[in-house]
Design a protein around this ligand. Structure first.
Ligand SMILES: [Cu+2]
Length: 126
């Protein structure tokens, strides 16, 4: 009769380990994009689902950050102003400054939110 209890014990441990890994899978990071000299930097920027990007205008003139596909749209950002957006789905998102259409950038959102990824990365100091 010891085996069933042992299996249940293992299941509890496995469940506890899974719960421990969940916060790290939704470990949202913050990224900064600088707007300077009529350019977004860095671009392309690679992030994970759930991460937040903050654009900050360091130019002397106003700029915007507007997704071409309508995901986000800032109002004109004056010098020192910031705009943040949290990406909730994977994909490649192109954006522009609507004041200066030649200003273009790309945010690449990858699917790091995979629950099983931490198991594959055992021993990785993350
Ligand atoms: Cu601009």
């Amino acid at each position: 009769m010891k085996q069933p209890w042992r299996l249940i014990g293992l299941a509890v441990i496995a469940f506890a380990l899974l719960m421990l890994t969940l916060p790290s899978t939704s470990h949202a990071a913050a990224h900064a994009v600088t707007i300077r000299q009529f350019a977004f930097s860095p671009t392309p920027l690679v992030i994970a689902v759930g991460d937040t990007v903050t654009w900050t205008n360091q130019d002397g003139v106003a700029h915007t950050t507007n997704s071409i596909t309508g995901g986000w749209a800032s109002s004109p950002l004056s010098t020192g102003d910031s705009f943040s957006f949290t990406f909730t789905s994977a994909g490649s998102f192109n954006y522009i400054c609507t004041i200066h259409n030649g200003m273009q950038g790309t945010i690449i959102v990858t699917q790091h939110g995979n629950v099983f990824l931490p198991f594959a990365q055992t021993g990785n100091a993350r």
